[in-house]
Every structure is written in C-alpha cells, then in structure tokens.
Design a protein around this ligand. Structure first.
Ligand code: NAP
Ligand code: GDP
Length: 318
C-alpha cells in the first residue's frame, strides 16, 4: 500500500497537539508520515504560501484544524475577523488539496455553528436549518461553508472532503488567555491566578445555567484519527460525548473548585453574557460506528488538565 503523508494544519493548537500525542503513543507501526504545522510554517489565509507548504510536503491526506478560534466573548467582538480569516483558510486548503490531488481532507466544524432556534438533540442533518446564534455568526457561517464546499467538490470533481463536528473541547495546550479563551481554559487560568494571589472569590461569567457537552482533547484526537483512517462519507459526523454527559457551567465551576481544592466562594457575574443556552448534540451516528468507544470521565479529564496547567503554566498560551 502507498505510504500516507498526513498534513495536520493547526498542528500546534489544542486538538493538533492531542493528535500528535496519540500518534506518538501508538504501538502499531503504520505506513504513515505525520506532519504537524503551526502558523510559523506560513499563513494559511494566503493562497500562495499555503500552496508552497503543500508543494513542499506533498500530502496524500489532510486534517484541517487551523482556524481563528475563540470563546464566546472573543467571538462577540470579532465576528468579521472570524468570518474572513476562516473563509480564506478553508477555501485555500480545499482548493489546493483539489489541485494537488490530495485523496482525503477532514476539516473541523463545531456544535456551536448549529441553528440557534432548533429542536434537540441536534444532529448532522441540521447544520444549515436556520441562522446560528447571533454571538458567533461570523465563525458559524464560515464553518458552515466548509460543508457546502465539501459537497460541491464531491459533486463536481468526486473529491472525498469531509468534516467532523466536535462539541466544546478542552485539555493540555489549550489557549488560556482570559480575553479569547473558551470557558474551561479561561476558568482554569482565573482560578490558578486567584489562588496564587491568595484571593477567596472565584467569579464565573454569566448565570452558570447554560448547558454544554465537553470533550477531552485526547479522546477527540483518537476519534479524529479514526475518521481519517476509516470514515468515508462526505456528510459530517458529530464527535461528542453522550447527551447524558452534558453539564451546566455551574457543575463545571464546582469540578474546577474540587480539582484545585479551592476553599473560597463562587460568584456568578450575571451582567456578562450566557451565550446560547444549550446546543445538545446527538452522537448516535458516531455510536453506530463505534458503539464501545469510552470517553475519559469528566472529573478525571478536568483534573488532568488542571495538573497540566499547574505544571506548564509558564509556557502555556496565556
Ligand atoms: P487552537 O488551539 O486555537 O489552535 C489553532 C491552530 O490554528 C494553531 O495551530 C494556530 O497556529 C493555527 N492557525 C491559526 N491561524 C492560522 C493561520 N492564519 N495560518 C496558519 N495557521 C493558523 O484551536 P483548537 O481549539 O485546536 O481548534 C482546532 C479546530 O477545531 C478549529 O478548526 C476549531 O474551529 C475547531 N473546534 C474547536 C473547538 C474547541 O472547543 N476548541 C470546538 C469545536 C471545533 P499557531 O499555534 O502557530 O498560532
Ligand atoms: P461556547 O460554548 O461556544 O458558548 O463558548 P465558551 O467555551 O466560551 O463557553 C461560554 C459559556 O461559559 C457561556 O455560558 C459563558 O457565560 C460561560 N462562562 C463563564 N465564565 C466564562 C469565562 O471566563 N470565559 C468564557 N469564555 N466563558 C465563560
């Protein structure tokens, strides 16, 4: 069999690092060469530098993770940047993959791009069924266009370009910057700083009531690798924990307090936005393929991430 050359865009990010960790821990030898890119290898918003990267590495397969990514508050203030940067990157990757004969591209959507007004649970057939939540419409529409392009490349040229739809991801190597982070790394950073400063009040933004499904990056990495090797539909597949594993932001705050052994009080700043109340997604399609896949228990994944941050905070993305 021909050797696979797998190019991972966004290889230095949360999910890219997790895929690298899983690949490096695999015992079975496979005829695969993995290349993990960061933005230092070139700006994927630029067509010519993207093409130069592809011509250098000659990938047969691509996992496309690179994106402008951020939490609720960063999205609310930068909808235009989220739309344009992601549109450019995604279009460049797919067109160049087509031009250079890449056999398969797996791109990344998100459960936060689904329609705001919807029925639950959300499934893969509902991506385009109505406007996304107003807080992140730039990111959402750019991501939805990946699915549009995947279908169009398939229809017009027969390409196998597909996508996965993860729920909210967390783990080592996340972005812990308070301005732009998602809720888990944001609250880990905040609690770490409060404890360092000897503070006794942990302020969580919003009401604490919204519900979220969270997936540990190392679990998602295993699923991504399975999709690359085994999943051959153009239609997207949701990669999420089970519906029963959904937790409130309040539950999350309590888990973090336990993981840090914080003895102070939790306060909810209800002047700050809650975002979408819930985005409960069904992983039934995934379960049909992988009925026995075991997700890391939430408490353990949170504890491991907190430990990672304590050990690596000086070099983490802060
Ligand atoms: P991340 O940690 O923020 O990493 C983003 C990656 O993209 C980094 O490797 C970054 O490179 C690269 N990148 C950004 N702009 C670039 C550019 N102009 N040119 C080249 N590379 C660029 O993101 P992540 O959380 O791993 O997310 C990966 C994918 O999963 C994204 O497509 C995201 O939309 C999707 N996703 C994420 C979540 C989540 O909760 N995090 C949930 C659902 C879906 P540098 O490190 O060099 O900056
Ligand atoms: P989302 O899941 O796409 O909405 O994005 P986030 O990961 O940013 O989660 C947002 C939810 O967490 C909202 O309900 C916020 O009100 C809540 N939240 C509480 N504290 C924080 C925080 O410090 N940062 C962020 N990003 N969200 C927070």
């Amino acid at each position: 069999m021909e050797k696979k050359v797998i190019l991972v865009t966004g290889g230095s990010g949360l999910i890219g690092k997790a895929i690298q960790t899983v690949i490096e821990s695999e015992k079975e030898l496979r005829d695969e060469k993995w290349i993990f890119l960061s933005s230092r290898d070139g700006d994927l918003c630029d067509f010519d530098s993207t093409k130069a990267i592809f011509e250098k590495h000659k990938p047969t397969h691509v996992i496309h993770l690179a994106a402008m990514v951020g939490g609720l508050f960063h999205n609310m203030s930068h909808n235009l940047d989220f739309f344009r940067k992601n549109m450019h990157m995604n279009d460049n990757i797919l067109q160049i993959s087509h031009e250079l004969g890449v056999k398969k591209v797996v791109s990344c959507l998100s459960t936060c791009i689904f329609p705001d007004k919807t029925t639950y649970p959300i499934d893969e057939t509902m991506v385009h069924n109505g406007p996304p939540h107003s807080s992140n419409f730039g990111y959402s529409y750019a991501k939805r266009m990946i699915d549009v392009e995947n279908r169009a490349y398939h229809q017009q040229h027969g390409n196998l370009f597909t996508s996965v739809i993860p729920c909210n991801v967390f783990g080592p190597h996340d972005n812990f910057n308070l301005e732009s982070s998602h809720v888990i790394p944001g609250l880990i950073r905040k609690l770490f700083d409060i404890i360092q400063a000897g503070g006794d009040t942990f302020t969580v933004l919003g009401s604490g009531k919204p519900l979220r499904q969270f997936i540990y990056s190392l679990d998602l990495a295993k699923l991504f690798i399975w999709v690359l090797r085994e999943y051959n539909e153009v239609d997207p597949i949701i990669l999420s924990v089970d519906e029963e594993a959904e937790v409130s932001i309040k539950d999350l705050a309590m888990e973090l307090v336990q993981a840090f052994d914080f003895k102070g009080k939790i306060v909810y700043d209800t002047t700050k936005a809650d975002g979408q109340y819930k985005k409960t997604a069904s992983n039934q399609k995934l379960r049909r393929y992988l009925p026995d896949f075991e997700f890391t228990p939430f408490s353990k994944a949170i504890k491991d991430t907190v430990e990672w941050y304590k050990e690596n905070h000086e070099n983490a993305r802060n």
